[in-house]
Design a protein around this ligand. Structure first.
Ligand code: ADP
Length: 263
């Protein structure tokens, strides 16, 4: 399933935040969006997900203008994991994840075996089945994040957009979430994730889009775009790129200002 932006501009309070972005995200891609705070990553993600009305251009989902598709129709194909979640403390993980089935259910229709299977699959994939009867309020930040991931997965989307899915997670769960995204991608799901951690982007993603001031500053495979000059221009700090000795993949790091003084 293809998701495209054509000359997309998005605005808050009369101020353009995303400027004239054109992007093609093909079915089966595994894409990271990186960039400093305030560069428009979340705004772009919201525009791509039909949550924000463009002030210019448009978004196409499989060639169809996304605003001409109902929100239910979009939700059957595309799920979004936002950065912040509503304060839900009393519902259980299972109740939360069942909500992901709403776009697939008719009004007053009883749950089908397909719904049950999707919920169990989502709980297992996000490693929260053992927490199914716990209330959200009783979970740690990482457990709660995985419960929200399970909600998005229960939609069984063909395109999954995630806004900083690894924040709040410890290293083990960061790697687990990234491995889960890789696995879902090999099973055919298109994955687009805003990531803060450049080493996770370099290691796990196949395409990295760098944003700066609401525009695309670079776009390509990690080995080609995660370079000191490109990252420096976007993040405005000197960077050094190490090579992972096991995989040869780029591991970007900010340079040590003390070491630079000796240059
Ligand atoms: P990023 O995800 O790269 O940190 P955002 O897309 O969240 O960037 O924000 C880009 C700019 O848009 C920021 O200057 C931010 O203050 C502004 N912005 C984001 N959300 C809103 C909003 N709901 N109302 C007004 N301005 C917003």
């Amino acid at each position: 399933m293809q998701l495209s932006a054509e000359h997309l501009s998005l605005r808050y309070n009369g101020e353009d935040i995303v400027h004239d972005i054109s992007l093609d995200l093909e079915g089966g891609e595994l894409v990271a969006i990186v960039g400093p705070n305030g560069s428009g990553k979340t705004t772009l993600l919201r525009g791509l997900a039909r949550l924000l009305k463009p002030t210019g251009g448009y978004v196409l989902l499989d060639g169809k203008e996304i605003r001409s598709i109902s929100s239910r129709g979009v939700a059957r194909n595309l799920a979004v994991l936002p950065q912040e979640h509503p304060e839900e403390v009393d519902i259980t993980v299972s109740e939360l994840v069942w909500r992901g089935r709403a776009p697939h259910q008719g009004v007053f229709q009883r749950a089908t075996s397909a719904d049950h299977e999707a919920v169990v699959w989502a709980l297992e994939a996000a490693d929260v089945r053992y927490l199914a009867s716990r209330s959200l309020g009783s979970l740690s930040g990482g457990e709660r994040q995985r419960a929200w991931i399970a909600l998005a997965l229960a939609q069984q989307p063909r395109v999954l957009l995630l806004d900083e899915p690894t924040s709040f997670l410890d290293v083990q769960h960061q790697v687990e979430v990234m491995a889960l995204l890789s696995r879902l991608n090999t099973e055919g799901m298109t994955i687009i994730a805003v990531l803060h951690d450049l080493s996770l982007a370099g290691r796990f993603m196949r395409r990295v889009i760098g944003m700066s001031d609401g525009r695309v500053a670079f776009d390509g495979i990690p080995r080609e775009v995660l370079r000191p000059e490109a990252l420096q221009a976007v993040f405005r700090v000197p960077m050094v790129i190490l090579e992972d000795p096991e995989t040869g993949l780029p591991v970007p790091l900010p340079r040590d200002p003390g070491a630079m003084l000796k240059d």
